[in-house]
Structures are given as C-alpha cells and as structure tokens.
Design a protein around this ligand. Structure first.
Ligand SMILES: Nc1ncnc2c1ncn2[C@@H]1O[C@H](COP(=O)(O)OP(=O)(O)O)[C@@H](O)[C@H]1O
Ligand SMILES: [Mg+2]
Length: 239
C-alpha cells in the first residue's frame, strides 16, 4: 500500500431534491464522501432514507440537484451524456439487490456481456469471464442459466459481471438483501477478496450490520446527511 491516499471517488455537497407535482422532497441535503483506491466502504440507513438515490448519483446514473462528483479525477458534470455512458461503462460496476441477470443467457454469457458491449474481443472476454467465475467457485456452472442457479450463486455471477470491465469502483445496492445468512457471508468474503486482488473500491449500501462492519469504513445516512464512523476493526490482514 502506498503512503498517500489515492482518492478515486470524491463527492462534495451532494444534494438531491425530487419534485413530483407541487411536492418537493429533499432526500439528500449534504453528502460528502471520499473513497480511496481499493477501499471497502459500507453505507447503512433505514429503508427510504436515500441509499439507492445516493448510489445512482455516485454511479452517474442520476445527476444531483447540487454538488460535485469526481471519479478517477474527472468532474462527472463536465461529461455529456454519450461520454458519460462510456465513462461509466469503463470505471463503474454495479451490483443490485435483484441480480438483473438475463434469463436466456448462461452465467458465462451474462458475465461476458458488459465487455462485449464495450467491443472487447469475444475470445479474450470468454477466457476472462470463465476465470472470474472459477475464482468465485462457479467453474462448474458456466453453462447454467440463472434459473438453474441458487440465489447465492446468481448473486456471485452478478458480482463478477460487475468486475469484468475492471472498474475502479463497484457500487452495490443491498447485494445481500435477498440471501440467507450463509450465502450472504460468502458474498462478503468474496467482496473483500476481490477488492484485495484487484485493488477495486466497493461502496456497499446495506442495512446488514454484519456486512457493514466487515468493510474498512462505515457511514450512516440519516436525514439527508452522511456521517462516517471509525472502523470497528474486523478488516482482515493489513498487507
Ligand atoms: N424518482 C423519484 N421521484 C420521487 N421520489 C423518489 C424518487 N426516487 C426515490 N424517491 C424517494 O426518495 C426517498 C429515498 O428513496 P431511496 O433512495 O430508494 O431509499 P433507500 O434506497 O434508502 O430505501 C424515498 O422516500 C423515495 O420515495
Ligand atoms: Mg434502496
């Protein structure tokens, strides 16, 4: 690990107001956040507090009402929509609560898709996707369709699909929300292992205390403000 902090995501003064008819809903008032390369960060908050809203903003899927977001040193607001889509595809991976795997495609094809969309050659992508699936214990499930996998297996496919483009940041929205305790524990270990191996940062929205405490840092989203707390210590080895 280098000595200086290598910031890959920085959010300053993020505010988000939704307008529906004459109603205004200020979901995010003032969110400040800095994420270092390879860092694991959890954000907890009760249902409806704005976790998904914040995740969409950090992932450039939605624009904030006010505030600045820079990723990999690029001020996101300065990118026009088509460049933004390319930028997102290159640097950001997503894992959603519901896996969003395509049912007609095999596990291997599902993992390959984001890279194929980005015009990488099929042969190299195929090898890489197979290796990733192998690394999460799914080497014997390459040709299974989502319907032929367990919930935990589907979520592991969704996680490695988020990694195939080697994004700097992976944003996960309640990734263990639909998993039993054992599968969710496996998923947490997988996230730690992958982040160590690939120096990828993870920002995980969750209301799972166990998952949150296994990350490097933990923040609480409340009343539109993000409050970071000191890590509780269960970080694994410091290498
Ligand atoms: N597109 C939208 N338009 C209006 N209100 C929204 C929109 N998206 C979310 N909200 C509201 O913002 C609040 C936060 O939602 P969300 O970010 O999904 O919370 P969480 O993920 O923490 O459960 C909720 O009250 C929700 O109803
Ligand atoms: Mg949500």
């Amino acid at each position: 690990m280098g000595l200086e902090r290598d910031t890959i995501l920085e959010a300053r003064g993020i505010r988000k107001v939704f307008r529906t008819g004459s109603e205004e809903l200020e979901v995010l008032k003032q969110v400040d956040l800095e994420v270092a390369r390879g860092e694991l960060l959890a954000i907890m908050g009760v249902s409806g507090v704005g976790k998904s809203t914040l995740l969409h903003i950090l992932g450039t899927l939605d624009r904030p009402t006010a505030g600045h977001l820079s990723i990999a040193g690029v001020e996101v607001a300065s990118l026009a929509d088509d460049n933004l889509a390319r930028f997102r595809n290159l640097h950001i991976g997503f894992v959603f609560q519901f896996h969003h795997l395509l049912p007609e495609f095999t596990a291997l094809e599902n993992v390959m898709l984001p890279a194929l969309v980005a015009d990488q050659s099929e042969a190299s992508v195929r090898d890489e996707a197979a290796a990733l699936l192998q690394s999460v214990g799914l080497g014997k499930r390459l040709y299974h369709r989502p319907g032929e996998l367990s919930g935990g297996e589907r979520q592991r496919v969704a996680v490695v699909r988020a990694l195939i483009r080697k994004p700097l940041v992976v944003l996960a929205d309640e990734p263990s929300g639909n998993l039993d305790a054992a599968s969710s524990q496996n998923l947490h270990e997988l996230i730690r292992q992958l982040s160590r191996e690939h120096q990828q940062a993870f920002v995980v929205m969750t209301h799972d205390r166990v998952l949150a405490e296994s990350m490097d840092r933990l923040g609480h989203l409340e009343w539109g403000v993000l409050r970071m707390e000191a890590a509780s210590g269960s970080k694994g080895d410091p290498s």
